[in-house]
Design a protein around this ligand. Structure first.
Ligand SMILES: [Zn+2]
Length: 314
């Protein structure tokens, strides 16, 4: 079995157990943190991350995949401290989110594609941010603005780094504009094996025609924003997962929340707009509702354990 890199060292596919395939310890505006550190309280952020991870562990979670990358505050030292305090198996990535999903900083904008790919390969093979903690997968993003020149550079660099190392790719997408299909076009053009790709946030739509067209291209899909009812209510998310499971797609879906133990994108009081957006909503409300809707325990194990492990192991 292929090794899956984690903060505490390589794991086998069989070690992952119950997995949250998309959650964030911290989502943070990097440039503001760097320039105005007085606006932040790192100790409070650490405690928030530890508390959320422990809550997930109470539901039996063994592994959390944190797709924090450049532009959203990836921090290997925070991750190491959370792992020390909780014992969670934490999986990190490398890649670029894109500022406002549109552009790259000048440094990467003016250099060739393989220079960017080399930076990713460094994190996959040498380690992240000066440590020997290796990234397990690549992250990139295509949102509503679409595949701008810079976004295309990130997707192609991620594809090349993935092909060089055999590591899988997660792409953030905006399904309302069918961006998952556009991302797959770029990956196909670069010769990426589609079974190494997870198209994140596909569960933000209940458009089954779009989702089945996407599944026909061969990737996994993330039904990974449970709790973000302001984008799509839980009932519609559940109905979509139930319909897809009935149609035989349990082996393509991963269920998660894309929740952030800490996020600085808006003032803390706005958090009350998304009361269900946390690390344990899936266990408290979603899995029981899916079972009620006819999803079997075996299908839930496939979505919560086998799919993330199989995707990460490549
Ligand atoms: Zn995310």
């Amino acid at each position: 079995m292929a090794a899956i890199e984690s903060v505490s060292g390589p794991l086998d596919e069989a070690d992952l157990g119950l997995t949250l395939a998309h959650e964030h310890l911290r989502t943070s505006s990097e440039t503001i943190r760097e320039q105005f550190p007085h606006l932040y309280d790192p100790e409070q952020e650490l405690q928030a991350a530890v508390a959320e991870v422990r809550r997930a562990q109470e539901h039996g979670v063994k592994t959390i995949v944190d797709p924090a990358c450049m532009d959203i505050g990836r921090d290997v030292h925070l991750a190491q401290r959370v792992v020390e305090e909780t014992g969670i198996q934490l999986i990190m990535c490398t890649g670029i989110y894109g500022v406002h999903y549109t552009y790259l900083p000048h440094h990467f904008q003016t250099r060739d594609l393989d220079y960017v790919a080399d930076a990713f390969v460094h994190d996959l093979e040498e380690g992240i941010q000066g440590t020997d903690v290796k990234a397990a997968f690549l992250k990139c993003a295509v949102d509503e603005p679409g595949i701008t020149n810079d976004v295309e550079r990130v997707l192609r660099a991620a594809a090349r780094a993935g092909k060089r190392t055999g590591r899988p790719i997660m792409v953030h997408t905006h399904p309302g504009t069918r961006r998952g299909l556009e991302a797959m076009d770029v990956f196909d053009d670069e010769g990426v094996d589609p079974s190494k790709v997870v198209v994140a946030h596909t569960g933000d739509t209940d458009d089954l025609d779009y989702i089945e067209e996407l599944l026909g291209r061969g990737p996994y899909i993330g039904m990974d924003r449970y709790g973000l009812d302001i984008i799509l209510p839980t009932e519609q998310r559940n109905a979509t997962v139930i319909a897809l499971a009935e149609r035989g797609y349990a082996n393509r879906m991963m269920i998660s929340q894309d929740a952030c133990a800490f996020i600085d994108w808006y003032p803390p009081e706005m958090r009350s707009m998304v009361p269900n957006w946390h690390f344990t909503y899936v266990f408290e409300q979603i899995l029981p509702a899916l079972r009620e809707g006819g999803v079997t325990d075996e299908q839930i194990t496939t979505m919560m354990e086998e799919n993330p492990a199989r995707w990460l192991a490549g």
